[in-house]
Design a binder for this molecule. Structure first.
Ligand SMILES: [Zn+2]
Ligand SMILES: [Zn+2]
Length: 338
């Protein structure tokens, strides 16, 4: 398929999909059962590929690369170091795969790339002047230990029966439903945290670091200030309240850790050999380009419900500008009064 068949590139080099963004058909009224089934089981859909892949990686991690519960009853450097090293290997594998495939090997060139430029290699806003090095430092030096800390503490509390638990053997339906609910919860939690750190004082001190990536690449996904990492991974507190088990915790943490690689890939569609499919990255890309739209994503489209949605159309751009104008006039008036 050509770029132009499924989207268009404007004169300034920005590519956008022809189809406007819209939330999945589960929110449609009147209900669209066929659309919902397609969205659930289609490709790409809710289950396949991403959530199934993340669940498979989590299951393998839980079965073969997680210390047993008896070991995790006591906080000790040996097993904590193991979890940290295992998470580092997974992080390098997932983020590295997206980055090497798309941005180093450039396996699909700039086809479906949101901009026709490549990542900055000489820009003083980034550490060492290089976007990818800057992004990797924040991801590995801050994201990795904070991810691991939330995971270790939650598993340690579970191992000591200090959290409500539910085993697959005794509560298979509950456990399966919770696996499906985790991506939904994750997005609602992300929206809340993300809106909070767009509050100007927190934005300046914390979240502006992530937004240096106006043109993101996979490693930009977790390039965050440590305070943002702390809040972002705190979604795992769900398991401090709701009965679950170690597999849920690992799936949830890996979902938080891995999904940003694809979400920030910088490409609207991914090509794999002859196959190609929608990456789902456009929603969040528009947040990086325009800042004050699309704080969440499509699965829990709070943006649509509260008026911060940008679907990629010119009309949505005009609405955004009108909203920002009102906001800046209000701020000006408030400054005058003060
Ligand atoms: Zn982002
Ligand atoms: Zn933001």
């Amino acid at each position: 398929m050509s770029e132009a068949a499924v989207g268009q590139r404007d004169r300034r080099g920005y590519w956008k999909p022809a189809e406007l963004l819209e939330p999945p058909p589960v929110y449609a009224w009147p209900p669209k059962p066929v659309g919902v089934a397609k969205w659930l089981f289609g490709f790409p859909g809710f289950l396949w590929p991403w959530n199934t892949l993340y669940a498979a990686i989590a299951t393998l991690t839980w079965l073969f690369a997680t210390p047993d519960m008896a070991t995790m009853q006591t906080l000790a450097p040996g097993w904590i170091g193991f979890v940290l090293a295992r998470n580092l290997v997974l992080m390098l594998a997932v983020f590295g795969a997206f980055h090497l495939y798309l941005h180093v090997g450039r396996r699909q060139g700039t086809d479906y790339k949101f901009t026709d430029r490549w990542q900055a290699t000489n820009n003083p806003t980034f550490l060492f002047g290089r976007q990818v090095w800057d992004n990797m430092v924040w991801t590995i030096a801050s994201g990795l230990p904070i991810w691991t800390a939330w995971e270790v503490v939650t598993l340690w509390l579970q191992a000591n029966h200090r959290l409500p638990t539910a085993s697959w053997a005794d509560h298979p339906i509950w456990c399966a439903l919770l696996m499906l609910f985790i991506p939904v919860w994750r997005e609602a939690h992300f929206y809340a945290v993300h809106r909070l750190i767009h509050w100007p004082p927190l934005y300046r001190a914390v979240h502006s670091l992530h937004h240096k990536n106006v043109d993101p690449g996979p490693w930009s996904g977790l390039a965050m200030h440590p305070v943002e990492h702390l809040l972002y991974f705190s979604g795992v507190l769900l398991h401090w309240i709701v009965p679950s088990n170690g597999l849920h915790v690992i799936f949830h943490m890996q979902h938080l850790a891995f999904a940003p690689a694809n979400g920030h890939s910088g490409f609207g569609r991914l090509k794999l050999g002859e196959a190609e499919f929608d990456s789902g990255a456009y929603w969040h890309y528009l947040h990086h380009r325009y800042f004050e739209v699309n704080y969440g994503s499509d699965l829990v489209p709070i943006d649509k419900w509260v008026g911060t949605f940008h679907d990629g159309s010119e009309a949505a751009g005009e609405q955004m500008n009108a909203r920002l104008k009102i906001r800046s006039e209000r701020a000006k008036a408030a400054r005058k009064r003060a």
